[in-house]
Design a protein around this ligand. Sequence first.
Ligand SMILES: Nc1ncnc2c1ncn2[C@@H]1O[C@H](COP(=O)(O)OP(=O)(O)OP(=O)(O)O)[C@@H](O)[C@H]1O
Ligand SMILES: [Mg+2]
Length: 237
Amino acid sequence: MTWTKIEDKITNTVFDKSTLMTLYALVRKGVVDLLYGVIKTGKESNVYLGKDKNGDNIAVKIHRIGTGDYRSMLDYIEGDLRFKGIKKSKRSIIYIWVKKEFKNLKRARDCGVTVPSPIAFKNNVLVMEFIGKDDIPSPILKDARLDDPEKVFETIRSYMKKLYKYGNLVHADLSEYNILMKDDMPVLIDISQGVIREHPRSEEFLKRDVSNICRFFSKFFEVDEKEVFESIKDAGD
Ligand SMILES: Nc1ncnc2c1ncn2[C@@H]1O[C@H](COP(=O)(O)OP(=O)(O)OP(=O)(O)O)[C@@H](O)[C@H]1O
Ligand SMILES: [Mg+2]
């Protein structure tokens, strides 16, 4: 990728110079070759469709420096022994946040949960597998048409169990907005705020995850939220 191509894509956005430098570093490494479309712009991050050096699709999530809610990010980072003793400038919190998402994706994958494969991270940029067909990103669960909602629900329950039991992790922002539907299979995304079980609020977060998922699926069939929560907790014992 040439200097100008990235600059063309980025100059009209709010990205700062350091983000550009980070992207150039990833280009030099051969991880990213081209960014060619925005998948979604959000308050705290933008997700781009990109190509790697082989021309294969990748998803590039770029966190904005300067607008995030750092206090609430700290709630999820503090209490996680993996990130003890970190500096607490805005920039360093974002960098930790991105590293945390990368590590959590890896951990989730290692215990058999379907998430985008993490490819690389640097500073405020995370590169991962693109979930979609051709250049079209998969829809979020909220917008997807479900042929067999019960099966999807059970798969998500099994992901929560595996994550808890083998990954020692709670997603902590699970809902119909952070699950993509690819070929009728759920794919969990946006796992940066995931916490380990030892985090003082992990049980509260797990309850909230379960509650969001049960609320969504109760539109299709009856769900016993307490039973779902207990089944995940029990799996972890
Ligand atoms: N690997 C991926 N493949 C395809 N689409 C993706 C991928 N990751 C994220 N997306 C799309 O980008 C959107 C935002 O991603 P994500 O949920 O990780 O970020 P976010 O931090 O919640 O962003 P926001 O600030 O908008 O809430 C997702 O809803 C999804 O549509
Ligand atoms: Mg999200």
